[in-house]
Ligand binder design. Structure first.
Ligand SMILES: *[C@@H]1O[C@H](CO)[C@@H](O)[C@H](O)[C@H]1NC(C)=O
Ligand SMILES: *[C@@H]1O[C@H](CO)[C@@H](O)[C@H](O)[C@H]1NC(C)=O
Ligand SMILES: *[C@@H]1O[C@H](CO)[C@@H](O)[C@H](O)[C@H]1NC(C)=O
Ligand SMILES: *[C@@H]1O[C@H](CO)[C@@H](O)[C@H](O)[C@H]1NC(C)=O
Length: 261
């Protein structure tokens, strides 16, 4: 397995995690005071099996929000579109810059919510999700170096991860809003992922030079482990940011007391 940690990882994972978080946990903030979505069963604060309750509620809810829920500002996750997806690594002279105006993340509906650890005292939550296949596709624009080799090009990209395990953790505070109710505010979040294989396909590298392009694709795939270690954390960071946004949006709408009753 290859591990990546930090801001976040695959966009897909992040998106899925964000959704799950939102649903299972409930949320926070603008004094709008929406009730929990009807498809989410709130868990009892003092439930001795709180973790199991959250997982069950999350699993039941996923099919109901996977296509988005405008009322709760949950974007469509089937697939998820990540706008302005940027990965940059290293210094300007030797670094790598990847940009996708619109990245599509496929495979989120097949994610399985494996387990959760909810610590209401420490205000710390952990979600573990698994997915067999997650693909990120879109029109890429790349410049810089992959490991030691210079790379440049723009065209269709397909980055596919097999057997992914995602671990999303976050800390939160409760902030009272004008309606006198507490809303969740995320103070810290982290996304880690493991995968058994990453497949990368970048069309039209080097201005369409077939030989150079095929060689580079082969090089990346033969060295997928090292490449993933190098750029995985930044990708995770970008994805984590999307999750954070989704969660924050939901948290601002639903008072905490409706999430854990
Ligand atoms: C790719 O990046 C180059 C250099 O920054 C820029 O000139 C070009 O417009 C970009 N293309 C796309 C499709 O984003
Ligand atoms: C992306 O690549 C994977 C693995 O090579 C493949 O199974 C999948 O169909 C591709 N997805 C798209 C949208 O081309
Ligand atoms: C998830 O991450 C947290 C924080 O690093 C760690 O304590 C926990 O063991 C991880 N869980 C899994 C299932 O990897
Ligand atoms: C969060 O809400 C804002 C304001 O409605 C919206 O512009 C943004 O796209 C939402 N973020 C996500 C990740 O859905």
């Amino acid at each position: 397995m290859t591990q990546c940690e930090s801001g976040s990882a695959p966009a897909v994972v992040l998106a899925a995690a964000a959704l799950l978080l939102v649903m299972a946990n409930a949320p926070p903030a603008h004094a709008i005071g929406l009730k929990m979505p009807s498809y989410i069963t709130a868990c009892k604060k003092n439930d001795p099996n709180l973790n199991e309750c959250v997982v069950k509620a999350g699993r039941n809810a996923i099919p109901h929000f996977i296509n988005g829920d405008r009322k709760y500002k949950i974007p469509n996750l089937n697939p998820l579109t990540v706008y302005d997806f940027k990965v940059s690594q290293g210094t300007r002279s030797v670094g790598l810059k990847i940009h996708m105006k619109e990245a599509t993340v496929l495979g989120l509906p097949e994610l399985v919510f494996e387990s959760a650890k909810v610590d209401l005292k420490k205000r710390h939550i952990e979600w573990n999700l698994k997915g067999e296949t997650i693909s990120i596709t879109g029109i890429y624009n790349v410049t810089g170096n992959v490991l030691i080799l210079p790379i440049t090009g723009q065209g269709p990209a397909n980055i596919t991860l097999k057997n992914c395990a995602f671990n999303y953790t976050f800390d939160y505070d409760l902030k009272k809003q004008s309606d006198g109710k507490d809303y969740m505010k995320i103070t810290n979040s982290n996304l880690k992922f493991d995968t058994t294989r990453v497949y990368v396909r970048l069309e039209n590298l080097f201005n369409g030079d077939k030989l150079l392009g095929e060689n580079m694709n082969r090089f990346i795939n033969e060295n997928w482990r090292e490449v993933t270690q190098e750029i995985g954390p930044t990708i995770a960071g970008a994805v984590a940011e999307v999750f954070h946004q989704i969660l924050t949006n939901i948290s601002d709408l639903v008072p905490w007391e409706y999430a854990y009753v």
